[in-house]
Each structure stands twice: as C-alpha cells, then as structure tokens.
Design a protein around this ligand. Structure first.
Ligand code: UDP
Length: 238
C-alpha cells in the first residue's frame, strides 16, 4: 500500500476478462461494466494506458489452430488483441471517454502504429491509450507487452486485472484453505512459478522496479481502490 494515488498506470486486461461467463468472444454487459470501472479511474485524472489480451477471441479459433506453426498462430493471437482494442475503444467512447489505439503490428487503415512519444502525448492530453498487438513479436505474451510498455511510458505500476482478487497460496477454487497474499516479492513469484503472469513479464518488471498489483476487474471499485493506493488484491514488489 502506498497510500497515495498513482499518476500514471498501465492496466493489463486479459481477453478472457471480456468474455464474462461466455466460452469465447466479447460479452456486451461485461465490457460495459469494465469500461465503467475504468471511467471511475479516468475521472480521477489518472493517466491510463491499457494493454489488451486476445485469449477470448483466440479460444474461438483454437480448435482450427491446432497443430499450426507457432509463429503463425501467435500472429493470429496478436490480431485478436486488435479486435479487442477496437471493441474497448468503442465501449469507452459510448460513455464519453476518449481513447486511442496504437498497434505493434502495422494495420494502418484500422489503427495507428505504436509511436512512443505520441502515446505519451495522448496520456498528457488526458486520453486513454490502448496498446494492441502485444509486443508485435511471436513467442511473447500480452503480459510481457504490459511490462514492456509500462516501463517505456514510465508507468508507476502495472495493474494486472484478472477474474480472481489476487495471488493465492494455491488455487482458491480447488483448495478452500488457500490464503491470499497481500504482497509478495518478484523472486518468490518466479521461483514458485506462480502463473498469474508469465516469468518473462515478472522478470522485466523486477528488473525495472515496476511493481504489479493483481486484482479482480469484476469486483466493483477494486480498480479505483488500487489506483488510489489502497490495499486491494496482491502487490508484487522487489
Ligand atoms: N501474442 C504474441 N506476442 C505478443 C503478445 C501476444 O504472439 O507480444 C499472441 C500469443 O499467441 C497470445 C495471443 O497473442 O497467446 C493473445 O495474447 P495473450 O495470450 O497474452 O492474451 P490474454 O491471455 O491476456 O487474453
């Protein structure tokens, strides 16, 4: 807990968070609830950049992608994140929040490319920036993209939005005695192979002293509490 609001944050939103209880795709009321949680933080004047995943769309095509070349499948995954970014931008627009999408893969007719100074300018102008297409490279994840973009834009923290309200000693769905960590250090999450983010993302954040707060995006006001510096979810730190 740092007791004071953050000024600039990087929110990592997995594609799965957009599915709600559906088996794949984007659930309309779920995305509306998420954008409403984001707007509460936006209204506080906090600069927000978002890295969006693609797992929700990829689930729909996964059976057809079985046995595919890994890099090709990864490019498909990155394109899925662009679809989610557009859906999120549109949903934010519906509630009057101005957001720009920047993509790590060039798709100029649809979204502008990732240009760091321009992203920084948008943030300073009070716009949300949504980073699509992950790092632009296969064999990476959008968690790693969140760590990378977070470090690049000088975010004070990476907010990892999940369906669970933090990191537990074991899977709370299977083990009723599982306990939640209020904070845990990077070395421990890496050594214990805690899978809430991949090891590359954890290592990148650790090396740049960029803390991560894991919290539930489905819990009302949890995002607002995290950015306000309150104790919410699990803080991963050096
Ligand atoms: N991906 C990639 N490089 C990146 C980011 C993503 O190749 O830098 C691909 C990868 O196939 C991944 C998919 O895009 O599985 C969707 O991203 P991710 O699994 O991180 O999304 P999430 O699980 O957060 O929805």
């Amino acid at each position: 807990m740092n007791n004071k609001p953050y000024k600039r944050v990087l929110l990592k939103l997995s594609g799965e968070a957009l599915m709600g209880n559906d088996s794949f795709g984007i659930n309309r009321s779920t995305i509306s609830n998420i954008t409403s949680e984001i707007s509460k933080v936006f209204d506080l004047g906090i600069e927000i950049a978002i890295v969006i995943g693609g797992g929700n769309i990829f689930r729909g095509v996964a059976p057809g992608a079985q046995g595919m070349d890994r890099a090709t499948a990864d490019y498909m995954g990155m394109m899925a994140t662009i679809m989610n970014a557009l859906a999120l931008q549109d949903s934010l627009k519906c509630i009057g929040v101005d957001a720009r999408v920047q993509s790590a893969l060039n798709i100029d007719q649809v979204v502008e490319p990732y240009i760091r100074p321009k992203a920084l300018r948008y943030l300073e102008e009070g716009k949300i920036v949504i980073f699509a297409a992950g790092t632009g490279n296969p064999f990476f994840t959008t968690d790693t993209a969140a760590a990378l973009r977070g470090a690049e834009i000088g975010a004070e923290i990476v907010l990892k939005a999940t369906k669970v309200d933090g990191i537990y000693s074991s899977d709370p769905k299977k083990d009723p005695s599982a306990t939640k960590y209020s904070n845990i250090c990077f070395d421990e999450v890496i050594v214990r192979r805690i899978e809430v983010m991949d090891a590359t993302a954890f290592a990148l954040c650790r090396d740049h002293n960029l803390p991560i707060n894991v919290f539930s995006i489905y819990k009302e006001n949890a995002l607002k509490r995290v950015v306000s510096g309150e104790n919410e979810g699990t803080l991963v730190h050096i």
